[in-house]
Write a protein that binds this ligand. Structure first.
Ligand SMILES: [Zn+2]
Length: 109
């Protein structure tokens, strides 16, 4: 997927979550799919994966990272899950996470 398209997804998620002042950086990362820095309010997305995942999968990853910002919590506690479940129920979350893992594994095996 083109960077432009990823940025478009990022903007739509920002709008949907009703948050402000966050940025995205698409850059190579060694060990992570994505991360969020509270210090710089920047979502880092691994550029190596954007061609491996589809729009739904990338949107989910962006959602996940921005929910950390929205609930002001770096962990995956109850506040995090409550917020995520407003958009993705548990079943959907499990399904997408599994698909993401499968897509990434098949590329490296
Ligand atoms: Zn997380």
């Amino acid at each position: 997927m083109e960077r432009k398209q990823v940025i478009r997804i990022f903007r739509s998620v920002v709008k949907e979550l009703g948050i402000e002042g966050v940025k995205i950086r698409i850059t190579p990362m060694k060990r992570k799919v994505a991360s969020f820095s509270f210090k710089t309010k920047t979502l880092r997305l691994n550029s190596n994966i954007i061609d491996l995942l589809n729009e739904e999968q990338l949107k989910f990853i962006i959602f996940h990272e921005l929910i950390h910002f929205k609930v002001r919590d770096v962990n995956h506690g109850s506040k995090f899950h409550e917020e995520l479940e407003k958009y993705y129920d548990k079943e959907k979350t499990e399904q997408i996470e599994l698909e993401i893992i499968k897509s990434l594994i098949s590329t490296f095996s």
